[in-house]
Design a protein around this ligand. Structure first.
Ligand SMILES: Nc1ncnc2c1ncn2[C@@H]1O[C@H](COP(=O)(O)OP(=O)(O)OP(=O)(O)O)[C@@H](O)[C@H]1O
Ligand SMILES: [Mg+2]
Length: 290
């Protein structure tokens, strides 16, 4: 099982490339796509889901060019778009049943699968209520369920945890870990902690370009010795934020405990601390603004 992305670019307007010269090879596991708003995450996912054609480059699924024969990929694809919508008058079971029929699942298989998925996404109690009355997080869980209907080999979920409460977010993370063993899972998020524990690889993306692609622990290694903590007064904090890449602050009785990423020791009292993924994200994604 292999998904290869070679020099893929997407041009939206004369001077706007949503994605530029993007290359990556994926094998079973979970890839976390991290990047700020407008980085190109959804553009990449739409290209991989064969909703949009790339302007340049090519995507191949197990050696087959996806632009030429999209069906091989589509048959094994589960996709949750960022702007997923539901039919308000249908309940969760009816809605999933409808989509299962469209995906070509036979009625019996669909029934069993839908039953399972309703439990997996924790919607048993509301499964017979019209979707129009669901909260944002509940709709999102229906979206996750529909992406899993055909037991996909390639699962692409665009901001799947948007709107989920902490409990459901944890539940979803565990689900992704379980799923990623024998399939390719790609998820995008702004929330670093969503991918910290579950992603086997992280791709950091900004302005349509791939900045880093590595397992989380490798990304952490790359900023080893560059993360510092020290206490300053509240007055000093504003200037400090202009000077350094501050990744966290905690108010204390004797001032503010600052956490920052810096190549050199920012202050004599600053202690070197173990990097977290959040620090790596800031370092690589905001490097040039620092
Ligand atoms: N259909 C479109 N037409 C024109 N420009 C687009 C279109 N879709 C995206 N863009 C532009 O392409 C760039 C990448 O957008 P994209 O939606 O892929 O980013 P993203 O990383 O998914 O952002 P977000 O975190 O906000 O979802 C942005 O500059 C965006 O304005
Ligand atoms: Mg997006």
């Amino acid at each position: 099982m292999q998904l290869t992305i070679e020099n893929v670019g997407k041009k939206y307007r004369r001077d706007l490339w949503g994605l530029h010269d993007f290359s990556l090879t994926l094998e079973p596991g979970a890839l976390g796509l991290l990047g700020p708003n407008g980085a190109g995450k959804s553009t990449l996912m739409r290209i991989l889901a064969t909703i949009t054609k790339p302007t340049t480059g090519q995507v191949t699924w197990n050696g087959t060019n996806v632009a030429q024969s999209p069906n091989e990929l589509r048959e094994v694809l589960g996709y949750l778009p960022q702007d997923f919508g539901v039919y308000p008058n249908l309940n969760a079971i009816e809605f999933l049943d409808y989509l299962a029929a469209m995906k070509g699942l036979d009625a019996k298989t669909a029934r069993v699968r839908i039953d399972e998925l309703i439990q997996v996404v924790n919607l048993v109690d509301v499964a017979k209520r019209p979707l129009g009355g669901y909260s944002g997080g509940m709709k999102q869980r229906v979206g996750i369920a529909q992406a899993l209907l055909n037991d996909p080999q390639l699962l692409i979920v665009d901001e799947p945890t948007a709107g989920l409460d902490p409990e459901e977010r944890v539940r979803f993370r565990n689900l992704l870990s379980d799923l990623s063993g024998n399939r390719i899972v790609i998820l995008s998020t702004h929330i670093v902690s969503d991918v910290e524990a579950t992603a086997t690889h992280i791709a950091l993306i900004r302005k349509g370009q791939l900045l880093q692609h590595a397992p989380p622990e490798k990304l952490l290694n790359r900023i080893e010795g560059k993360v510092w903590e020290w206490t300053v007064s509240s007055e000093e904090l504003t200037t400090l934020k202009q000077q350094y890449l501050v990744s966290g602050t905690i108010r204390k009785s004797d001032g503010v405990l600052v956490r920052a990423v810096s190549d050199i020791q920012p202050a004599p009292q600053a202690q070197s601390v173990a990097p977290r993924l959040e620090d790596a994200y800031l370092h690589f994604v905001q490097e040039r603004n620092a």
